[in-house]
Design a protein around this ligand. Structure first.
Ligand SMILES: [Zn+2]
Length: 106
C-alpha cells in the first residue's frame, strides 16, 4: 500500500495497492502503452496502461529490477489477499485508517 503523492495522482484515489511478482512468473498479453514517471524521491517507474480505458495494468520500478507490480484493483477480486506493508505514511490522508496488522516501512 503506497500513500505517495504520485500514486494518489496515478490512481485518482488517495493511495495505491500493488502486488509484486518476479518478472519470469508474469505473462503479459494484449496491448499496453507505457508512461515513465519519476517518483517523489527520484526513482523512475514505467507504467503500462490499457490503451482503451487508461487503467494501469502493470508497472516496473527502476529500483526493483526483475519485478513486476500489478495494481490489486486490476484483479477486480475483493478476496485478493490484503496488503502486508505500507509506505509513505507521512503522505497518508489523515482519515485513511486500517484494521490490518500492516508493516509501516517509513
Ligand atoms: Zn507510490
Amino acid at each position: 500500500m503506497c500513500h505517495c503523492l504520485a500514486c494518489q495522482q496515478r490512481t485518482g484515489s488517495v493511495f495505491g495497492v500493488q502486488a509484486r511478482w518476479p518478472s519470469e512468473r508474469v505473462t503479459v498479453g494484449g496491448q499496453a502503452h507505457a508512461y515513465v514517471r519519476t517518483g517523489d524521491e527520484g526513482g523512475r517507474a514505467t507504467f503500462r496502461f490499457c490503451p482503451t480505458c487508461g487503467a494501469t495494468v502493470y508497472y516496473e520500478l527502476e529500483a526493483l529490477p526483475g519485478v513486476v507490480a500489478v495494481p490489486v484493483g486490476a484483479f477486480a477480486d475483493p478476496n485478493f489477499p490484503p496488503p502486508e506493508r505500507s509506505i509513505y505514511g507521512e503522505r497518508r490522508h489523515p482519515w485513511v485508517t486500517t484494521t490490518l496488522a500492516i508493516e509501516e516501512l517509513d
